[in-house]
Design a protein around this ligand. Structure first.
Ligand code: APR
Length: 312
């Protein structure tokens, strides 16, 4: 059986483990700095196995060496912004956490594919790439799957149809600058423009863009975790089972879509090697402009990173 390690046994990490266990996708290891936290959650998950009928080994540890030999590592370790903390403080803290985790991944799980969840995603992915020294195809940011599932749900709700019947592709950076390809969004194969008017589609796109924020507004402290956890689990499954699933993920671009040297959400095939292929499709003028704006926002994040971060 494959081995998947989840670094950060908080809300997103534990939720990802939950979905991975439910489908018996792989043996799971959870690692966290908080003493007893990953151990407690691992044991709790094991207690549930007879009821939910899964049979996978789940362990928790405060020691990174537990991730040894992992096929996939999911990075969710990080902190959320606290009152009085500015974006730069948050960035510095999460970069340091990603640095420590990446060095451990390189040491103990040198063949793993890394699914990055910690925000700011497109920047943290860059740190993971540099610190692990892994091949480009092995570092994959989770964003497009999450943005797409939110968009799919809102469309299903609007039309009163089964959510699983909606297909959608969301490119670009994670959050405000995401680029939903509405002309490729369909309901049972029919383009949504056949079923919804332009104003309605725009309203649903806008709600998707603010999807994470809507949840933060309710939660106050903390951010979404069921859909992010499920999105990470889906990516893990595609890699572990070598499915070659076509999803959007944040990957390092070398000229694709006209961008160089940044992580940006684009369609990829996920399989046992991580990113098996980056799929390039023709974009309309408007889509390209939106993607460029997204890339600009990511570049600004990387420039901020460069002001304090030195690899190694
Ligand atoms: N190594 C391992 N775990 C760590 C480290 C570290 N160096 N530093 C912090 N952690 C752990 C924390 O102890 C905590 O249990 O990471 C966990 C983060 O969990 P939560 O605070 O519950 O945050 P969560 O909601 O899971 O979000 C995690 O995912 O979606 C993104 O923006 C979100 O960056 C955030 C990340």
């Amino acid at each position: 059986m494959s081995k998947v390690s989840v670094i950060g046994a908080g809300n997103v990490g534990a939720t990802a483990v939950y979905y991975i266990a439910e489908k018996s996708i792989a043996e799971v290891v959870m690692v966290d700095v908080v003493e007893g936290l990953p151990q407690s959650k691992a044991l709790d998950f094991l207690h549930t196995a007879p009821l939910r009928r899964y049979n996978v080994q789940i362990t928790g540890s405060n020691d990174y060496s537990a991730i040894a030999g992992s096929d996939v590592v999911v990075l969710t370790a990080g902190i959320a912004r606290k009152p009085g903390m500015d974006r730069m403080d948050l960035l510095k803290t999460n970069v340091n956490i990603a640095k420590t985790a990446s060095q451990a991944i390189a040491r103990y799980a040198p063949n793993a594919a890394v699914v990055v969840v910690t925000n700011p995603l497109d920047v943290i992915s860059m740190v993971v790439l540099r610190e692990t020294g892994f091949a480009l195809k092995k570092v994959i940011g989770m964003a497009g799957v999450l943005d797409a599932t939110r968009f799919r749900y809102f469309i299903a709700e609007e039309l009163g149809v089964w959510p699983g019947d909606i297909e959608a592709m969301v490119m670009g950076g994670h959050g405000d600058t995401m680029v939903p390809l509405t002309r490729y969004t369909s309901v049972g194969g029919f383009p949504i423009a056949e079923l919804l008017d332009a104003a309605t589609i725009e309203r649903l796109v806008d709600r998707t863009r603010k999807g994470g924020g809507e949840i933060v507004n309710y939660l106050k402290a903390g951010s979404a975790y069921y859909a992010p956890g499920a999105s990470a689990a889906k990516m893990v499954e595609a890699i572990v089972k070598d499915e070659r699933q076509l999803v959007a993920a944040s990957v390092y671009l070398r000229g694709q879509y006209g961008h160089e040297g940044i992580f940006l959400g684009v369609p990829v095939l996920l399989g046992k090697n991580g990113v098996e292929e980056i799929i390039e499709i023709e974009l309309t003028e408007e889509e390209r402009r939106a993607l460029d704006a997204s890339a600009k926002a990511v570049k600004e994040g990387v420039e901020q990173l460069e002001t304090f971060y030195k690899p190694g």
